[in-house]
Write a protein that binds this ligand. Structure first.
Ligand code: BGC
Length: 252
């Protein structure tokens, strides 16, 4: 099946048509900066622009950096607060005249890594951690997703973990890689003590620079780098629109 994968982020809105059998992007990805302020209307407008620019008509799978329940956005950590309560699934569907499926962005990336990437054929407890504008998590057991985990917002040293260990935090505080690695290690150790995952997959923009901080990590669980890098969000968003039975068929 061919589905347009749309990855809405705090800094960019990216998308491409995806072959949901292979995870392959079928043409070059289109990226437009996330409008500021990132109000629901502006996000819908820019999303439509990305999809039109790609010349796509057909179903759309979309990842968004928030808790998503029944197509409705329930949180807004890195987008305008007016998104809370917004029915993005319906609004985008109506604007496009197409069927739209909406999931949390980290859940989308995790689904792609489980199906095609660093966590394929991993049947235990897997935690995907995305390090980008925000700090996102996706939790799987036996290949099944526990949707909308928000473990990027646990408290560490009195602060939101995302505020300490996301890529934005690294840039904002101008942290050296060594210091950033220690921050990340502290975060992963806390998560490890709470969930005891078998595997942690690190993704998001920063995963490309993993050689700069991997040697700082002391966490018990096996830690690997996402294999699909910044394509995971797009491929996973498309994949999320396929039924779970179909998606996890190989793992069941
Ligand atoms: C949001 C999550 C999102 C993550 C990564 C966090 O701030 O709360 O929903 O998955 O950022 O974008």
């Amino acid at each position: 099946m061919e589905v347009f994968g749309l990855d809405i982020g705090g800094s960019g809105i990216k998308g491409a048509p995806v072959d949901t059998a292979t995870g392959e992007l079928l043409s070059e990805r289109i990226r437009i900066k996330t409008p500021q302020p990132s109000t629901p209307e502006a996000i819908v407008r820019t999303s439509v622009e990305v999809i039109r620019k790609a010349g796509w008509s057909g179903p759309v799978g979309c990842g968004f950096p928030a808790v998503v329940k029944d197509g409705i956005l329930r949180t807004a950590a890195n987008v305008d607060e007016s998104n809370i309560g917004f029915d993005l699934k319906s609004a985008l569907g109506e604007a496009l005249g197409e069927e739209v499926h909406l999931v949390n962005d980290a859940d989308a990336a995790g689904m792609a890594e489980i199906k095609w990437g660093a966590a394929r054929e991993e049947y235990g407890t897997v935690l995907m951690v995305t390090l980008g504008t925000g700090l996102g998590t996706a939790l799987f057991t036996g290949g099944h997703l526990v949707a909308n985990t928000e473990l990027g917002h646990i408290e560490i040293r009195g602060e939101d973990a995302e505020h300490r260990a996301s890529d934005t935090a690294r840039k904002r505080e101008n942290l050296r890689w060594r210091a950033y690695g220690q921050r990340l290690d502290e975060y992963l150790n806390r998560i490890d003590a709470l969930l005891w995952p078998d595997l942690i997959v690190l993704g998001g923009g920063i995963s490309k620079k993993s050689d700069k901080f991997m040697d700082r990590l002391s966490v018990r669980a096996r830690v690997v780098i996402a294999e699909m890098h910044n394509e995971a969000g797009i491929a996973g968003a498309a994949l999320a629109s396929v039924s779970e039975a179909e998606r996890t068929g190989e793992l069941a």
